[in-house]
Design a protein around this ligand. Sequence first.
Ligand code: HT7
Ligand code: ZN
Length: 843
Amino acid sequence: PQTIRLADYTPFAWQVESVSLTFRLAPTATRVLSEIRFSPREGAQPGAFFLHGEGLRLIACAIDGAAVEPTLTDQGLTCPVPTGPFTFTSEVEINPEANTSLNGLYMSNGMYCSQCEAEGFRRITYYPDRPDVLAPFEVRIEGEAPVLLSNGNPTGSGKGWATWVDPWPKPSYLFALVAGDLVAHSDRFTTSEGRDVALNIWVRPGDEGKCAYAMDALKRSMTWDEEVYGRAYDLDVFNIVAVDDFNMGAMENKGLNIFNSKYVLASPETATDRDFELIEGIIAHEYFHNWTGNRITCRDWFQLCLKEGLTVYRDQQFSGDMRGHAVNRIDNVLALRARQFREDAGPLAHPVRPESYIEINNFYTATVYEKGAELIGMLRALVGDEGYAKALDLYFTRHDGEAATIEDWLKVFEDATGEDLTQFARWYSQAGTPTVTASTQFDEGVFSLTLKQHTAPTPGQPDKEPQVIPVAVGLLDSNGNEAVPTQVLNLNKTEQTFDFKGFINEPTPSILRGFSAPVVLEIEQSTETRAFLLANDTDPFNRWEAGRQLTRQTLIEALDGAPPRPELAAGLGRVLSDESLDPAFRALVLSLPGIDDIAQSLYDAGRTPDPTAIYIARKGVAQSLAAALEQPLGQAYEAMQTPGPYQPTAQDAGKRALRGAALGFLSHLDAGARAAELFAASANMTETTTALAQLIAQGTGAAQISAFAADWSHDRLVMDKWFALQTSACPPEQAAETARNLTEHPDFDWKNPNRFRSVFGGLMANTAGFHDATGDAYTLLADWLIKLDPVNPQTTARMTTAFETWRRYDADRQGMMKEALERIKATKGLSRDTSEMVNRLLA
Ligand code: HT7
Ligand code: ZN
């Protein structure tokens, strides 16, 4: 397979002036007629005319009306073309029903649906399928389905046809088509520019009652982008479609967003607080792409973080504004550490802007998305809020309608603020998570903070240069008052010392406040200092972080047989009972680091983690904390009830989160009695699943598992939870067997990515279960990935990341994981997607 390199970028030699497409829909033989007007691009090097096309049956093609016989390969076509402007027409046949990859035009429950990012359009028709070729599209759809949708504004419809015009030039990856028996939940929105926009969420009949929350989130997103970024919507219609079979979360096609139904449909009975939160965030994310991604797109796929990092940053800002910044930041950092730090520490580490790839779908990663967003946050910290606002305004005016690069992005910051960002640019090219080691000294009233940075080698990058790291620091006096309020120190060398003068007593530093940079902070701190920060830090992130350090230390000590330090229960108890604190924050402080977190900490400290031993130690710590805090936990469990009808507000969700955290501890003492009671009484999915997870973890949930299935067998999304809960929450020694049994369940529709991810994503999340010493889970997952690969390479490739930590473990586990990977690798006809992943994992 061919490696694509950033360094080899060359522009397409033609401009596409217009595209006109006609679809004659038929499940197994859809005809696509295209008429594309090309003109030579000024200043471009004329080369061979090549159009991408894969899996297409060419019926005919012509240039300026004269039939041509192109040279066809499995990647596209070439043919001689005139030197001036010309029109290329073609007719191809495709088979949506046979398309199980969910890439290109496919069918889901009788509905036609497209997914073109990154390179799916070439499976629909011949085209220069690259993000730097922008064109206005006209589309005519002919088919029996009552609803026929494409991008842009509707221009006409009749029995069996509809036409659409998208006036905004767009790359082919933003093309979309949907046709099916759908109903709309509709509303309207008037933009700040006075445009009256029709909003529709299209779903299968019967689901229209589950769209209100998504619609509300959409309207709030539209208002927010106008108010915060000055960006208004630019078409007369905004359509969202919910589809059951989808490889990712959602897709920002211009004017026609397509969503995994899991991120649209919600009711109190069927969706959890977390589902509501995700729906809000993903609706916002896709909507915000209209400007950061669609109006300004990427020159090539190496620039993916240009749209994804920025759009994640924007959706995180939005969610913070909607739900509270402190808790939101902690949640985002938890996700970053769990997914991106793990990626950066293993064989799949790559820069935020990668320099080469074989299959671009393998680079929709936590590094591109979440670390990409962190880079925006650091840029903002470096140039200030005003500088950021100026830079963004300049970005939108300078690059509207263009396909831009990271260089363009950094240049607007330099031009708007006068900053030199040469060194900052390293964040985009250097992989790996820097470790910042802090040490302090107190001498004659001067408090000195020395910061050192180091980044370990990553694949292909043995040596690292120092990066610009904004380190937000505050100093506390012995009463817990702010002696020096937060200031941002710019660490840009391998080692730097920062002095703070004028103290009588030594202050306590609070370093990396708000998690001001995506780094690992190492500092030697006593248990007392951590307990002091947990009790007093005025920065909520670092207050939580101090508690986390304490619990992590306790868990690691427990592995060596030490009982939990009394400071931990005392500190957690104080936070638990402090009614001035947001319940959601208290819940986060109470949550213990997961097994994967502890395994990575041990590995970083040069030890070989044993997931089973960590599981046992973690259970022991939870039990002893539960015993020490039984009374306040019981009190919180009672006090955090949310009587009255369920509301998906952040306030109520926070209370339920704290109640759930208390239940988690108390279940160790009451053998699941409270959980069983809650399960029986619950009228919302949040409490039902919280209770069921506890019962499954205790190994006492058989009756409730059956009752849940009896109640919900008609609801696909709820049954996804039923599958996932069993594999993720069950005792580790039962995990592989549970997953195997579930694959034999009649409702295990393995070709549906949500269902496959429920069972196997759940198994992967059950760290001790996945890494059970028998290796059963490794074998089972490898078997299923081999089976899924020819059907859906994208989802298969993503799920190989289950093995990304294989080098952390003991020789037996390493051997078994390596064998699983080798077996996948040796599979005949393995897809390019999965093959690239296993090769990188094994390298
Ligand atoms: N931009 C979208 C990415 C996406 C995608 C990528 C590869 C294969 C399938 C896909 N579906 C959606 C989603 C987003 O980041 O908003
Ligand atoms: Zn995105």
